[in-house]
Design a protein. Structure first.
Length: 130
């Protein structure tokens, strides 16, 4: 498994601050951020305005804006990780963290591993204290 190639794929896909958190024989753990572009933020705002009105209250953020962006980021990251798995014949699991209301990015941690290795991402994160 070529960790440098995987990290390059993540960076070339537009993720920022790609960081290697842990490395073991058949797996490694990375953290990276999905940064929303202006069009994505505008689309989230339009969606939220349609759903909750233009007054930016808690409901606007909690029920529309943040979930819209979170789902967008998860879908995009999922597609890219699926492509990496297919191209490099490996497996991966990832988790996203709830984004802050006033942020323009979403944080992810991914575990990349050989196909013959059984992995539980929750256990790995617990062992890392994350």
């Amino acid at each position: 498994m070529d960790k440098v190639k995987i990290i390059n794929c993540l960076e070339e896909s537009g993720f920022s601050d790609v960081e290697l958190l842990s490395e073991q024989k058949d797996l490694f753990v990375t953290r990276f951020f999905y940064d929303f572009d202006k069009d994505e933020l505008k689309a989230a705002e339009a969606y939220s305005n349609d759903g909750a009105g233009k007054e930016k209250k808690d409901q606007w953020y909690e029920e529309f804006y943040v979930p819209y962006l979170t789902e967008l980021a998860i879908d995009t990251v999922g597609e890219i990780i699926e492509d990496i798995m297919s191209d490099l014949d490996i497996k991966a699991q990832f988790v996203s963290y709830e984004m802050e209301v006033d942020s323009d990015y979403s944080e992810f941690i991914a575990v990349f591993h050989n196909k013959d290795v059984e992995v539980n991402i929750e256990d790995i994160l617990a062992n890392l204290g994350i």
